[in-house]
Design a protein around this ligand. Sequence first.
Ligand code: SF4
Length: 220
Amino acid sequence: MLRDGDRGVVLQRDGKTYAIAPHLPCGLVTPGLLRKLADAADKYGATLKVTSAERIALVGIKPEDVDAIWAALGEKPGYMVGNRVRSVKACPGTHFCKRARQDSLGVGLELDKRYIGRKTPGKMKLGVSGCANQCAETAIKDIGLVGGARGWLVLVGGNGGTCPRLAKALTDEEVSTERALELVEQVMAFYEKTAQPDERMGEMITRVGMTAMKKVLGLV
Ligand code: SF4
């Protein structure tokens, strides 16, 4: 029996089989990897499931096949469990979307490079949307960036789950990409220093107060 997280597995409902999913930065996947995923699904009798975190999971695999599948894929596992930055979800942004005001994909990839897998007090999800439509569900991310005409709105403290919270704006005005990335780092550092074990960003902000956090960050 494997534990959740061992070699990237998550135990499934039947108590016998597992899911694995390679890390796909902001959901980008190559045709080559898609072929490998399809071949592995065929060979090992798995189901392919696109997940809400922009991953493609191989579901229903036997524990004895896990290593062979990772070898065939030649990929690193995504971060599906544990207290860490699990996902950075980004919409297509100015690369593809006609409504986009900012480069959400580019900034999402930068956040992925900086933070994916980083250990944090509670689980963390990041999101980047290219406009106010928020297709990357930025309002329910621990940290979300939303593109506007003049830059980025930085949102903090959102989450889904049994006690859903909508993220709140950290600044009154949109900020540049450089400033947004700086604020993300400052919020991460504050969270790492201040949060209790297993406490998510939104819970921490409710406990310490948004104004108190802004004061520490020099925003009020
Ligand atoms: S959030 Fe805006 S830019 Fe991103 S996909 Fe949706 S409509 Fe397009």
